[in-house]
Design a protein around this ligand. Structure first.
Ligand SMILES: Nc1ncnc2c1ncn2[C@@H]1O[C@H](COP(=O)(O)OP(=O)(O)OP(=O)(O)O)[C@@H](O)[C@H]1O
Length: 810
């Protein structure tokens, strides 16, 4: 058997064999796994019996052998067809007989030859060969030189990539000028596959052989480069993570040595404790543990781990079981309500009844309270007082402008930056699951393609289903049934009806000027003094000054702006004291302007004189009651009705009804309707861009129309409210108290109200009734009797020239 010892250095020996006769019949030595090229030195272990004989035969003669490669290295006893035809005539340079019968021989390739026939086949093969003479290459040849240069470069590159490049390789390669020899040397050192090496040897023409080697080399360069890259990438990756791992382990060992926990274990342990502390219901606990496991397996820097941590934080910080103990002492609750709020007797009673029921039946799934009223009338502070009375925590969120369902119910965790909805956020902030939870501006809730927040809200508020409210972020049911929800709104019309059905609406109306003064003196001023660091004796505000502030510096149903003005005075006084001035400061009507600047409102001046075609209606808006002026005029046109001034559909219809009534009236009083054929009737409801709607201005519109046609001015001190029918009946309206307060603020003296509203007068504060004269009417005739003054000119249905011009200009 002939085996190559591939690890032995194979090098070239330039030996002149010119004077040696190369025989053409030689013993055959089949070898496996190697192709021997001319000039190549190769140590061989010869073990197979036939091969040992062949070696012995060679040694007994001139030491020449024909070394040829087996096609299949696995064949133990190769026959004629099992070896390639082309091989190398080689000479044994040295032999060593081994004790086990094997022979170690060092052979050197001499010349390339092809087997012509098998001469002897018995104990070993002997073959007759034909020498394959290489054709001469005519040098210098540019192409051959370029090829040789490339082959040298490639060889060096490959050896470098394999890490086998030694200093002398370059010079050895440089030293070979024969293209055939270069091809052989490179091929023999390239660790080619047997088939490829055999292909190379079979090219007799040296240039063709060099080409083949060149092709093999270029492929090998690519392969080796790729291999090297992959290896280095893998190595980099491995070495980085190994390094990190190693460092982390070291840190862990150090911490352990110091009796401390490393950051990760510490964090995990803390979460574990927090999960226990949170006393979650079973499903939440299971989810928390599952997430903790996930976190444990994650690399601390993985992006996903942040998401898991935030989720765990939420889970563990939610007040799953934490509650405050309700103390419902009705007497004490009354004290708290009275201490913080003046008046509001009916509302306080209603709240105390609500609390009493809760005291007797704590499990009651009662309705939800909803405070409705203009801004600054104490809705929020009543909510706070309820919380205080029950010793519950108080939390307040505003729903105004919320359009996205996710604001209520949270975003799914798959979104980046996902968060639970406002309700759970609120609960987490206050830390108990039974707070008084106030939701402001329920009437300003939006609704669009992002979902309907009101349906999510309904789920949260509905006592039938809110014991397992499901927030998209938490994705676990949370019990809201212990929360006491209180909603607030300015009006009820825009509250989604499904919500309104479930609420117990408590109306809070605005305050009269006297009430405001009393509240200001007893509640707002002491609070503002305290907040601004002043002592009561350092600043006093006279009753007169306070009244002026109420009438000339604010014009509102509630107390917001008044409190702000008081705060301004306190701040200014505080500054003076801080600057070293000694008090006390007394604010009087005389020096009020020094503190607050010029008055902002002149209520008495709203309408200086009674005018033709100008009536005063009363409106009930989001900010309380207000006067509403209605102007009517006749201009040349085609008998059309023009209505302007941001008014809603109901009010427009009301204007048409008023016009129809007015026409019937003109007929009745003998004014020909044919007079209007060339005239347009224009009704305008001025005062800002505030949208106005509702039917209760019908009476005021009819009065303005009749006034402009009859040329009788309308008494400026009279305000009117009521819906009108085509036959002139006056129908009832809502919000009488608010409207009366609005009328008072505007300096009105007489208010015409529908007869059906008369009963409500009993509930109005005495101060209002003292200052305002109420006249209840059944029909429009009565209104006209009270409101219209004597005509300023002859009744006519034509337009004064001055007005036509003005109208044309526009
Ligand atoms: N009856 C009252 N007695 C004492 N203080 C009052 C009374 N009503 C309102 N206030 C005070 O007036 C201020 C404004 O009230 P609050 O903030 O409760 O109004 P609100 O109705 O909630 O207004 P908004 O609708 O704008 O939220 C508060 O400082 C409140 O304490």
């Amino acid at each position: 058997m002939a085996e190559t010892d591939k690890d032995d250095l194979i090098s070239i020996i330039e030996e002149d064999i010119g004077d040696v006769d190369i025989p053409t019949t030689l013993p055959l030595l089949p070898v496996r796994d190697v192709v021997i090229f001319s000039d190549m030195l190769l140590p061989l272990f010869v073990g197979r019996e036939k091969s040992v004989r062949a070696v012995e035969a060679a040694l007994s003669k001139d030491r020449f052998l024909f070394v040829v490669t087996q096609k299949d290295p696995a064949v133990e006893n190769p026959k004629a067809g099992d070896v390639f035809n082309v091989g190398t005539i080689s000479r044994i340079l040295r032999v060593l007989k081994l004790p086990d019968g094997r022979v170690k021989a060092l052979v050197q390739g001499f010349a390339k030859a092809r087997i012509v026939r098998y001469v002897q086949k018995r104990t070993f093969y002997r073959v007759a060969v034909e020498l394959l003479e290489e054709p001469e290459v005519a040098l210098p040849d540019l192409e051959v030189e370029a090829l040789m240069r490339n082959v040298r470069d490639y060889s060096e590159k490959i050896l470098a990539l394999r890490g086998e490049l030694t200093g002398d390789v370059g010079s050895i390669l440089e030293g070979i000028e024969d293209p055939g020899k270069l091809a052989d040397l490179v091929a023999s050192n390239l660790r080619l596959k047997i088939e490829e090496a055999q292909q190379v040897i079979e090219f007799v023409d040296p240039v063709a052989r060099l080409h083949k080697v060149h092709d093999l080399l270029s492929r090998e360069v690519e392969l080796s480069a790729m291999q090297a890259k992959i290896q280095s990438d893998v190595k980099d990756e491995i070495s980085k993570s190994q390094r990190d791992y190693f460092l982390r382990e070291q840190m862990r060992a150090i911490h352990k040595e110091l009796g401390e926990l490393d950051e990760k274990s510490q964090e995990l342990e803390e979460y574990q404790k927090a999960i226990k502390r949170a006393r979650m219901p079973k499903p939440a606990m299971e989810e928390a543990i599952k997430q903790l496991r996930r976190l444990e397996q994650m690399h601390p820097d993985a992006a996903e781990s942040g998401v898991v941590r935030t989720y765990l934080d939420w889970l563990t910080e939610m007040p799953w079981q934490k509650t405050t103990k309700d103390v419902i002492d009705i007497k004490q609750a009354k004290e708290v309500l009275d201490r913080d709020h003046y008046g509001l007797d009916k509302i306080k009673d209603r709240i105390l009844e609500y609390l009493s029921v809760r005291k007797l039946n704590p499990q009651i799934k009662g309705s939800i309270l909803c405070f409705v009223g203009p801004p600054g009338v104490g809705k929020t502070s009543l909510g706070q007082a309820i919380a205080k009375a029950m010793r519950r925590k108080f939390i307040r969120i505003s729903l105004g402008g919320i359009r996205d369902e996710a604001e209520i119910r949270g975003h799914r965790r798959t979104y980046i930056g996902a968060m639970p909805g406002r309700i759970l956020q609120g609960l987490k902030t206050c830390g108990t699951r039974n707070p008084v939870f106030m939701m402001d501006e329920i009437d300003k809730l939006g609704n669009d393609f992002r979902g309907d927040p009101s349906s999510a809200l309904l789920e949260a508020l509905d006592p039938e289903q809110n014991y397992e409210f499901s927030d998209h972020y938490l994705n676990l049911p949370f019990d809201l049934s212990q929360v006491m929800f209180i909603l607030t709104a300015n009006v009820t019309d825009t509250i989604p009806s499904a919500l309104l059905d479930r609420m117990e609406v408590i109306h809070l109306s605005g305050y009269t000027e006297d009430e405001k003064r009393i509240i200001a003196e007893n509640y707002l001023v002491p609070r503002q003094l305290k907040e601004n660091g002043l002592k009561p004796r350092q600043l006093t505000i006279s009753a007169n000054a306070m009244m002026t502030m109420i009438t000339e510096y604010t014009s509102e149903a509630g107390l917001r702006n008044l409190e702000r003005e008081i705060a301004t005075i306190c701040r200014k006084a505080a500054r003076k004291i801080a600057e070293g001035r000694k008090g006390p400061f007394a604010i009087t009507r005389g020096n009020l302007e020094k503190y607050l600047g010029v008055p902002k409102f002149y209520p008495e001046l709203d309408q200086e004189a009674s005018q033709v075609g100008l009536s005063t209606g009363l409106a009930w808006t989001q900010v309380g009651g207000e006067v509403l002026y209605v102007e009517a005029s006749l201009i040349r046109g085609k008998g059309e009705l023009i209505i302007t001034g941001q008014i809603g559909e109901v009010m427009q219809e009301s204007a048409r009804a008023a016009l129809s009534y007015a026409r019937a009236y003109f007929d009745a009083v003998g004014i020909k309707n044919s007079n209007f054929e060339n005239l347009d009737i224009h009704i305008h409801v001025p005062a800002g861009a505030i949208p106005k709607d509702g039917p209760s201005a019908g009476v005021a519109m009819a009065a303005a129309l009749i006034s402009v046609v009859t040329q009788r001015p309308i008494d400026k001190d009279v305000a009117m409210t009521g819906e009108i029918t085509l036959r002139g009946r006056v129908l009832p309206i809502g919000g009488l108290k608010e409207k009366s307060l609005g009328a008072l603020r505007a300096g009105i003296k007489t208010v015409i109200i529908p007869a059906k509203n008369k009963k409500e007068l009993e509930e109005l504060p005495a101060t209002i009734k003292r200052k305002l004269k109420f006249v209840a009417v059944q029909n429009m005739d009565e209104v006209l009797d009270i409101a219209l003054l004597a005509p300023v000119a002859k009744p006519r249905a034509v337009v004064p020239a001055r007005r036509v011009k003005a109208a044309k200009k526009h």
